[in-house]
Design a binder for this molecule. Sequence first.
Ligand code: NOJ
Length: 764
Amino acid sequence: MTLKTKSGAPVGASRRAFLSGAAGLAGLAVTAPRAFAASDRVEALLAQMTIEEKAGQLSCFADVIRPPIGDMNPLVNIRNAQTLTAEVKAGRVGALFNGVGAQAARDTQKAAIEGSRLKIPLLFAADVIHGFRTVFPIPLAEAASFDPHLAERTARATAIEATASGLHWTFAPMVDVARDQRWGRVAEGSGEDVFLGELLAAARVRGFQGKDLKADDSMLATPKHFAAYGAVTAGLEYNSVELSDATLREVHLPPFQAAFAAGALTTMSAFNDVNGIPATANKMLLTDILRGEWGFKGVVVSDYTADQELVAHGFAADDRDAARLAILAGVDMSMQSGLYNRYLPELVASGAVPMAVVDASVRRVLALKEAIGLFDNPYRSLDPRDEAERTATPAIRALGREAGARSIVLLKNDGPLLPLPKVGKRLALIGPFADDRDNVLGAWGGFFADRRLNVDLATGLRAQMADPGSLIVERGCEVETTIAGGFERAVAAAQAADIVLLAIGESQDMTGEAKSRTDIRIPPVQQRLAEAIAATGKPVVVLLRHGRAIQLEGVVRDAPAILATWFLGSEMGNAVADVLFGAVNPSGRLPVSFPIDSGQEPFFYNGRTTGRPAPTDPNGQEYKARWRSIRNDALYPFGFGLSYTRFDVTDMKLSTARLAWNETLHVTAKVRNSGGVHGDHVVQLYIRDRVASRTRPIRELKGFQRVSLAPGAEREVRFELKRQHLMFVGDNDYWISEPGVFDVWIANSSVDGLAASFELLPVG
Ligand code: NOJ
């Protein structure tokens, strides 16, 4: 007996709404999609528009009038500020992106309002991903906080700064589930898990958009890239995607649904194809699922020239054909290629594209502008006075520091070596990131950031040391190259110190868009530096800099203490010092599995079982799903992270062993802080469906709770599980429930925990 519903909606409610409703799980409310419909004003405008003006509203261009430090993308098309202003006045531009500065935006808006025939205001968009002037941890790092409320707060602060600089719309959050660490854009998302990804997607949308879309500091969010961009084959950027419908719906689509349920009104069509149909011409994704099944009423913008790239995909014959395919599939707005301006008038005239299709897209774009109040006040968010006042305020910087410290994951702490005393020890800070200020922000950080705010490690550490003179700093080498005499000086510094802090890992430009790596190790020169330092016999704390999971090996893997410190943003040095010296007890948990070896990628904790699962005994039988050389385990699994205190989780109880079809199962346990300092523990709930009509993941995260406990304190944690948490995508793309036995764990990570089981009884 199964119960079938499409798109995960348990009849009359979205799956997301259900999950949050069921959850004391993470305690987040998800709002219904905001009402969003074209008004009489929009209809009246539409009735007056020429096809050229309609195409203009559907076109979005890089803002060369007020460019930031440069463009992240290959610059194509309109490259001249004067030409662009003329195009704005001609009504051939609907939105500009990646410009910065309130005064220049105000002037450009004036050109649209006073210079164009229909006076339609422009939307100003940008890639504001994890902070603006003040930069917060990369989204992957922030995911390690397992704290959606924190993500909401940093997104809010980001919106406050960005809107003060003349922006209305961010191309964020990236909600692509990323299961292959070779892919550079792992850094921009929430990691490998669907449930965590859903909660963070919704939280970030709420944060960017605030409570009132018309408010001056509210910023439209764009969950991207629709869809399955995180599933590029072999982690190679822009590569094709081969994916079952079930995995598409179970893994890659839910974070989008969560973001839309939280109120996101736009999305971005991805560069990749999905099973041979490019996402930017994919009617099944952009129209059938997005609008048909989910009822999405908002705007789809293409990724940068993604419509034009349909030609390179070998899917469109030429640019005209590409424009036709994109708009017919459901791409409302074309980013940067200019194809809609160039071809829509003729495509409509020839009957290749019905005017009604163009009108529907224009309606959506105008309704979006109306939703944020632009028709009533075209100069909203364009007041230069706000720019200084709302930027890098003490509160925003303090939030950056808090977010940074909460994103750090303590992977190892033998001894325990950490936290360090603030007095009495000589410290050597060694490695390319020791005093480096150019690699603290992460891949997107450098775009709009005020780099003067960047706090490097040496500065952050010294600020907390009683005797800053007892910190010796030596880079030893650069990220991928040697420094003359660097090793010798670094070894001497280590010898003169009691403890070595080794700041090694990836540079900013080894992660992010177009930064796929074939292996995910620390660059060889840094590994050699680590070996030279380890040979001194001094205890080493590894401070890992990274935008993905890293393969740790040799003396780095074997160091007594390891902290995953990612790219933490402007406040990096202070945040790391807070954790190193114990002002903050680390409570981050890994949002991506650290494999033993790069060759295991794609590696993720929630893979399906096989017919020949590997034995737990490493010397066990052959002819099992295992590698010749290593166990197919994680070195550090998803969900893992240590603390300076110890937590004991005991007394797991289920309210029933036989769960009726529409009942709620309560799973409880006690958590005790058995160590000597205050700390936060992230208690995780996983399930496994033992027997199903489709093979199921070994484990799936279905809830987590952050518990804050003083030494000796104990608390009960309580999770709720309902049938809908147990659903999966069966035949014909339907979400189904199947009765049967489920395992459930209350765990500290994806590979451990207290276990129990229950049976979901058939309906009736
Ligand atoms: C390409 C990236 O894929 C996308 O995420 C970004 O928003 C656009 N460029 C615009 O910069």
